[in-house]
Design a protein around this ligand. Structure first.
Ligand code: NDP
Length: 449
């Protein structure tokens, strides 16, 4: 494995998040390479870590005062062995090529696990939608799409949302694509249900994550009923993770944003969650306001220099990181283990550092990596693509039922692969191996392209 890492480190030394994602996968798949010597001969690792195509472009736009700004746009088309590139767009000031390559790399294996025909990609911009008016967001999205439209298409590359890209942004992006191509096709997923979106797509990542957690607990004859849960984030994934946890009888006591977190010992019930949805999705406010509205909750601001995040240091049974990458470090992981947390199920992509993962792996905790546990979002995006192709809309129950079946299947696939390679119960190794083998076999079938 070292020569591959050396190539990556020397070629792109600054891409730390990408190195982290590759290291995690390479460490898991070594036994697969030992069992299949042709993989080394065919240089599958060298091929799989290199994106098929990376597009970087200028995104000029004008704010409401007439001032011009220039952001950078990206699309990483990582791997199309299993289908059209598929993966979200992220608008956040931290976005750079390293973050998008890590996300695109993860996406390849995640999409392989969904049982659908989807390749992997990811894109976005360092644009920050926070504090921008709707008109500014619209002008930005239009400018972004005026370049991206050349590179995507319903059979080529189908982007979706991610951090900072929700229903509003998808609407503006789609409108511009339609105008430029003079086509109404399923080129983006996460569309509004009025005009081509799928029911359950907004809920899918969070709901899927909770279904996955329920499957994991079932392996130990346990359920989510009455479990105290820590959830981070307060965006799309966190909201619907919380919603499904409440529905399954669990008690969610935390939510967060990049400024801080709230702890509500009595639990976030349905009414409080509705308040959060309005606060975040419509008013675009801060989670701090939750503690102003509900006096039983305590707000703690983020301390960027702190050695650990106090959100992960509450007594709880389960933890659902649903905000962003590397939000659980080694100390946080140790705190979770010390507090006897039984399960960590990742709604976000790569929310745990490698040191943190090692702490989980050395403990008895049930730990599910994001590429398995949060695959419900892209799975329902795949179902949205199918519905668009057929020009049909499936009812809510049908989509949710399919989502449940897919999450069960991913869970089983991970466990089976882990068992086959002598690491029973290890979801991380199982997910990496199962996703990797599926993609590599397709690449080999398709020749050296
Ligand atoms: P949203 O933009 O809806 O919400 C993101 C949440 O995370 C916000 O509460 C945000 O706070 C917080 N957050 C973002 N960056 C940081 C940071 N650097 N530090 C602390 N908090 C932060 O995004 P999603 O809910 O869609 O995405 C959350 C995670 O789930 C991401 O890792 C994403 O890649 C992953 N994911 C999303 C899928 C989807 O379908 N949407 C599918 C699969 C994975 P603030 O408002 O202050 O920025």
């Amino acid at each position: 494995m070292e020569p591959i890492m050396e190539i990556i480190l020397s070629r792109d030394p600054e891409q730390k998040e990408f190195h982290q994602a590759v290291t995690e996968v390479l460490e898991s798949v070594k036994p697969v390479l030992d069992k299949n010597p042709e993989y080394r001969h065919e240089k599958v690792l060298e091929r799989i870590v290199e994106p098929e195509r990376v597009i970087i472009f200028r995104v000029p736009w004008m704010d409401d005062r007439g001032e011009i700004h220039v952001n950078r746009g990206f699309r990483v088309e990582m791997n199309s062995a299993l289908g059209p590139y598929k993966g979200g767009l992220r608008f956040h000031p931290s976005v750079n090529l390293s973050i998008l390559k890590f996300l695109a790399f993860e996406q390849v294996f995640k999409n392989a696990l969904t049982t659908l025909s989807l390749g992997g990609g990811k894109g976005g911009s360092d644009f920050d939608p926070k504090g921008k008016s709707d008109s500014e967001v619209m002008r930005f999205c239009q400018s972004f799409m005026s370049e991206l439209f050349r590179h995507i298409g319903p059979d080529t590359d189908v982007p979706a949302g991610d951090i900072g890209v929700g229903a509003r942004e998808i609407g503006y992006l789609f409108g511009m694509y339609k105008k430029l191509k003079n086509e109404f096709t399923g080129v983006l997923t996460g569309k509004s249900v009025n005009w081509g979106g799928s029911l359950i797509r907004p809920e899918a990542t969070g709901y899927g994550c909770v279904y996955f957690a329920a499957e994991m607990l079932a392996t130990r004859n346990s359920t989510l009923e009455k479990k105290v849960c820590l959830v981070s984030g307060s965006g799309n994934v966190a909201q619907y993770t919380t919603e499904k946890l409440i529905e399954m009888g669990a008690k969610v006591v935390t939510l967060s944003d990049s400024s801080g977190y709230i702890f509500d010992e009595r639990g976030i019930d349905k009414e409080k969650l509705e308040y959060v949805k309005t606060l975040k999705n419509i008013k675009r406010g801060r989670i701090k306001e939750y503690a102003e509205k509900f006096s039983e909750a305590v707000y703690t601001p983020t301390d960027p220099g702190a050695a650990f995040n106090p959100l992960w240091n509450h007594q709880a049974d389960c933890a659902f990181p649903c905000a962003t990458q590397n939000e659980i470090n080694e100390n946080d992981a140790q705190n979770l283990v010390n507090n006897n947390v039984q399960l960590v199920c990742e709604g976000a992509n790569m929310p745990t550092t490698i040191e943190g993962i090692n702490v989980f792996q050395d403990s008895n905790i049930l730990y599910a990596p994001g590429k398995a546990a949060n695959a419900g979002g892209v799975a329902v995006s795949g179902l949205e693509m199918s519905q668009n192709s057929m020009r049909l809309n499936w009812p809510r129950q049908e989509v949710e039922h399919r989502l449940q079946i897919i999450m069960k299947s991913i869970h089983k696939t991970c466990l089976d692969a882990a068992e086959d390679y002598g690491t029973p119960g290890n979801y991380l190794i199982g997910a990496n191996i199962a996703g990797f083998v599926k993609v590599v076999e397709a690449m080999l079938d398709q020749g050296l392209v």
